[in-house]
Write a protein that binds this ligand. Structure first.
Ligand code: FAD
Ligand code: NAP
Length: 523
């Protein structure tokens, strides 16, 4: 099989001319700058850890962080499950770092293409010595099957945004007046959404789920959630902590088919430790569900259930004549390929699983924010080598690609060309792809920060020219009638949310509309 999808174009970004409202200033030939200006796009963990590394290892560099929302922290605020508050503790480190006088947060500023209401990437390139793109993966992968656009077929990404109070998902149209839910995918996001739908409301009331969402959840009739995987139990992508939580969920019982788990005992001994422990727990639960954690008491009164289905690929979402989802048609798969790297291959046999809501949870996806960026459509990431953005000339894909299941590419005639992208870096999910936890994103952020400082020190990055940094960008924003939100203004909103939360007996009550946020910040 041969495909040429993913050919990357070599493009160029003009970087050395700044246009202001009154004049055009060529930055070449000015006195050497003692203050390198770095801008970071995106305020998730990748952005904050990159900033932390740069500020720590360079004595005078200034870091400005641009964020499209008026509030910081990316998926830590809007992705991490509300019943996992301990995961959000990294916010304390970020907040402490934000008090560094060489750091600025500019919220409510989207970076994009020329002509957008936000700031064009080209202007940031002109105003800063280095630009770090750490804007995450803001879309999700699609199944591309008939029925995917029906009303109650919802992406897990949007459901997550909804229960976390993300402004753009506040009005999500999801009907929870159904008994059975199918989640396509078996990663940690799939488990997160299943757990939130199955957790007793009293427990959720103690989290920062917005009151409006809690009201909707209080009317939920969901009783059964099935997580459908295209491969086998040995390929589940969720981790042991999340599985343990599902097993211990009060009032909820796993309904697992023992036949799926008998063969696991043969393959477990040869696996690396974390995978081994996960599959041991899965096998134990599947083969003897009452035993693993002495859960008999929890399960006796169970009114809700969850289950796992394997070797099934969705081929159509079925609906009534009134467009109500009635089920999902699944192809039955077999596995092909060497052990550990098996791919799902669809058979002709199919089956129908009844349900009233389908949640698609097959991974997130990055987007390009400017046509000049060397963006790999196959991986939906910005092309880079060691965090440095690189154009790849004459890059073709050869051989069979199934990036969804094994992620293997074979390239021929790759020639790196980096002269057009000097001073551009990536950090976090937009460079690595949407995999990994905050810890791995921290590693990515630190590597990028080190690369930026190493390039300043080595002269690879020219910091001798004066660059205006945020002063210039603030002028541009003023022309567009946009005022950036500062970290202090976010702190005001933060205090408001915490006060409201305390009144309701929860950590915070999030403000979910951008206009209300700006008003509360006296913007
Ligand atoms: P993000 O966190 O997505 O940050 C990107 C930021 O860029 C956002 O604030 C976004 O608004 C901003 N942005 C986007 N476009 C623009 C633009 N054009 N201009 C300006 N700003 C822009 N990891 C754990 O360790 N524990 C967990 O429990 C956990 N739970 C998770 C739950 C979910 C649902 C998901 C999806 C992930 C979870 N993770 C968890 C993984 C963790 O969230 C990621 O590793 C991490 O957030 C990736 O960081 P990032 O900075 O690359 O991207
Ligand atoms: P993920 O871990 O990559 O899981 C995606 C799931 O979708 C896999 O089961 C995958 O199966 C399946 N899938 C992909 N394409 C498919 C297709 N076309 N048809 C059917 N199934 C398909 O992604 P995620 O769940 O979105 O999580 C993203 C990252 O965030 C992960 O690294 C995750 O660990 C992390 N995260 C962590 C936590 C936590 O620590 N608590 C919580 C949430 C998220 P295959 O294996 O067959 O491809």
């Amino acid at each position: 099989m041969f495909r040429t999808r993913g050919l990357l174009k070599r493009t160029s970004l003009t970087t050395n001319t700044i246009q202001t409202s009154t004049n055009t200033t060529t930055t070449r030939g000015r006195k050497a700058s003692k203050v390198p200006h770095v801008c970071i796009i995106g305020s998730g963990p990748a952005g904050f850890y990159t900033a932390q590394q740069i500020l720590k290892s360079h004595a005078s560099a200034r870091v400005d962080m641009y964020e499209r929302l008026p509030v910081p922290f990316g998926l830590v605020r809007y992705g991490v499950a509300p019943d996992h508050p301990e995961v959000k503790n990294c916010i304390n480190t970020f907040t402490q770092m934000a008090s560094n006088p060489r750091f600025s947060f500019l919220g409510n500023v989207s970076v994009g293409v020329d002509g957008d209401s936000g700031i064009p990437l080209t202007q940031l390139r002109s105003a800063y010595h280095a630009v770090v793109m750490s804007y995450g993966s803001s879309r999700d992968r699609t199944l591309n099957i008939p029925g995917e656009c029906l009303p109650n077929v919802v992406s897990a990404r949007r459901l997550v945004g909804w229960y976390n109070g993300l402004p753009e998902d506040t009005d999500l149209d999801v009907d929870l007046g159904v008994e059975s839910v199918v989640v396509v995918g078996q990663g940690n996001v799939a488990v997160d959404v299943a757990r939130i739908l199955l957790t007793p409301l009293d427990a959720l009331r103690k989290t920062d789920i917005p009151e409006a969402v809690l009201n909707r959840l209080s009317e939920s009739r969901v009783r059964r959630v099935t997580l459908v995987g295209r491969r086998g139990p040995q390929h589940v992508a969720f981790t042991i902590k999340e599985l343990r939580e599902m097993i211990k969920l009060p009032g909820c019982q796993p309904h697992l088919n023992p036949h799926h788990y008998t063969h696991l005992r043969d393959i477990i001994p040869d696996l690396p430790r974390p995978h081994k422990r996960l599959l041991e727990l899965l096998a134990k639960t599947g083969l003897d569900p009452a035993n693993p954690n002495n859960l008999a008491a929890t399960h006796t009164s169970a009114q809700r259930t969850w289950s796992l289905s394997f070797l099934r690929s969705p081929i159509q979402v079925l609906a009534s004549e009134h467009q109500a989802v009635t089920g999902i048609k699944l192809a039955i798969n077999r596995l092909e390929g060497e052990p550990g790297r098996e791919r799902a291959v669809t058979n002709t046999e199919t089956e129908v699983m009844e349900c009233g809501l389908v949640l698609r949870s097959i991974g997130y996806q990055g987007v390009s924010i400017h046509p000049s960026i060397p963006f790999n459509d196959n991986t939906a990431t910005i092309q880079h080598i060691d965090s440095r953005v690189m154009g790849l000339e004459g890059m073709y894909v050869s051989g069979w690609i199934d990036w969804g299941s094994v992620g293997v590419f074979q390239y021929e005639s790759i020639t790196a060309c980096h002269h057009d992208f000097t001073g551009m870096y990536v950090s976090g999910w937009i460079g690595t792809g949407p995999v990994g936890v905050i810890l791995s994103t921290m590693t990515s952020g630190f590597s990028t920060g080190k690369a930026v400082v190493a390039d300043m020190d080595s002269g690879r990055l020219d910091i001798s020219e004066d660059k205006p940094g945020q002063d210039y960008i603030r002028d541009l924003l003023a022309q567009k009638g946009v005022r950036a939100v500062s970290f202090n203004e976010w702190s005001t909103l933060n205090r408001h949310e915490e006060t409201e939360g305390a009144r309701l007996g929860k950590p915070r009550e999030k403000v979910t509309s951008i206009s209300a946020m700006l008003k509360l910040m006296n913007h």
